[in-house]
Design a protein around this ligand. Structure first.
Ligand code: 5AD
Ligand code: SF4
Length: 445
């Protein structure tokens, strides 16, 4: 068997980071990274099920490895993560893709090394396939998993797992279990170690970072965690995602505003601009309170980069509801918005609501929303031109080309040597093409 692995990751940053843990676990078994499926002895699909489009794409990708498996029977194909964790999904996957060897749920992910060993033993007895998907709602947090990081100079750090909010459209609470917070010392220790190893940017991850600590008896919450991180010496950047508008507190906003190391950038999913729809989504805030929150953020940090997630076509959404979403989008003027067509997820409350919206209507609405946001993004991009920003060089996509983000989260493309990745640079924005910004390094001397 070839001792190389290839991981295909789908979905959110949480999954991107979990794939770094999968890499860590596979490297602990002496597997080395491969650059393609063909080169790998083990192929892992780290899956997502947030929308039907994600599931269809993943199924297509899994189907593609059938031939590779036939060509080399010693190959191991594993499907892990959110998609497998839905009711009945593991059985359905095993039936649809008989060549898949290992299926692990979100809370069983950390059993991967043991399951590989188990599979190899079973194969010796001609019985291959290992399925482990447990429905424990509060699986314990494993702090011992090795991590192979792939995103220098940024490092992802989990602060919570799971979600308690049960927005009516969302599958996440069903596949990720109830919210569990990591111990503050584990988080702070990880951040200190990362910074002393040269990482320049830390991104805290949680489905709802603002409810960090709600499951703790000692009242140690997100604001307190941020204050502890603010006390860490040295220059670095801190980002976090995702904030929930019902829980983002003024205290948190003020800590971000007063801490130079904390990026003035908040991802604040609104989902919809109509009160009726927000209520049906179980978002627990209304349009007016959301807009007040935006005002509060901007009163503390006028330059704060605000981004959002917006969904169109939720069951019962009328043209008027949709126009409320358009109007809110115009009022807030987001730097960027991730826009989605509502996709019914089996087992969620919204999937069985009457008045599902026809696809043609959803398509029409998303087209209009995207056009509006593109115009706003372009207009706001223009406001960057001619000014100089501190940019952390994050990547060298091509020789001589760098990209990185401003403190407010805007991506900037500029020329420079790849040895500059990980450096804070002053970059003057020279032009914008639609939403993309282009600049040049200013003499930092
Ligand atoms: N259909 C469409 N979009 C969804 N999201 C979550 N669930 C669904 C769904 N069923 C979107 C939300 C969320 C983002 C991560 O994905 O906007 O904020
Ligand atoms: Fe899903 Fe709502 Fe939880 Fe976000 S807060 S993961 S949208 S249930």
């Amino acid at each position: 068997m070839i001792k190389k692995y290839f991981i295909e990751t789908f979905g959110c940053q949480m999954n991107v980071h979990e794939s770094e843990k999968i890499s860590g676990m596979l490297e602990s078994l002496d597997f080395a990274p491969a650059t393609s499926r063909e080169e790998a002895g083990i192929i892992v699909f780290n899956t997502c099920c947030i929308r039907d489009t994600a599931e269809q794409k993943i199924s297509g990708n899994i189907g593609e490895v059938k031939a590779l498996k036939r060509a080399d029977k010693s190959r191991i194909v594993a499907v892990v993560g959110c998609m497998t964790q839905q009711k009945g999904a593991a059985e359905a996957l095993a039936a649809k893709f008989p060549f898949v060897d290992i299926i692990l749920g979100t809370s069983n992910l950390y059993e991967l090394p043991a399951k590989i060993v188990e599979l190899i033993e079973r194969r010796a007895r001609h019985r291959g396939k290992v399925v482990a998907v447990s429905f424990d709602e509060k699986p314990p947090i494993d702090e011992t998993v090795p991590v192979t990081r792939t995103s220098y100079p940024n490092a992802w750090v989990n602060i919570t797992y799971g979600c308690n909010n049960f927005c009516t459209y969302c599958i996440v609470p069903y596949v990720r279990g109830r919210e569990r917070s990591r111990e503050p010392e584990a988080i702070l220790g990880e951040i200190r170690a990362l910074l002393s190893n040269g990482y320049k940017e830390i991104t805290l991850l949680g489905q709802n970072v603002d409810s960090y600590g709600n499951d703790r008896a000692d009242g140690f919450g997100f604001a307190k965690l941020l204050r502890e991180i603010a006390a860490i010496e040295g220059k670095f950047r801190l980002r976090f995602m995702t904030s929930h508008p019902k829980d983002l507190s003024e205290e948190v906003i003020s800590v971000i505003a007063e801490t130079p190391n904390f990026c003035k950038n908040i991802h604040l999913p609104v989902q919809a601009g109509s009160d009726r729809i927000l209520k049906a989504m179980n978002r627990k805030y209304d349009r007016a309170s959301y807009l007040r929150l935006v005002d509060t953020i901007r009163s503390y940090m006028p330059e704060c980069g605000l981004t959002t997630d917006i969904m169109v076509g939720f069951p019962g959404e009328t043209e008027e509801d949709f126009l409320d979403t358009m109007d809110l989008t115009k009022r807030v003027r987001y730097h960027n918005a991730f826009t989605f067509v509502y996709s019914p997820r089996k087992g969620t409350v919204a999937a069985s609501m009457a008045d599902q919206i026809p696809y043609a209507v959803k398509r029409d609405r998303i087209t209009r929303l995207i056009a509006l946001q593109n115009a706003i993004t372009e207009e706001m991009s223009g406001e960057f031109v001619g000014k100089t920003y501190e940019v952390l060089a994050e990547d060298a996509p091509k020789p001589g080309k760098l990209c990185g983000r401003t403190d407010s989260g805007r991506l900037v493309n500029f020329n420079g040597d790849k040895s500059l990745v990980g450096e804070f640079l002053n970059v003057k924005i020279t032009k914008n093409k639609a939403s993309a910004l282009y600049g040049e390094i200013e003499n930092n001397g």
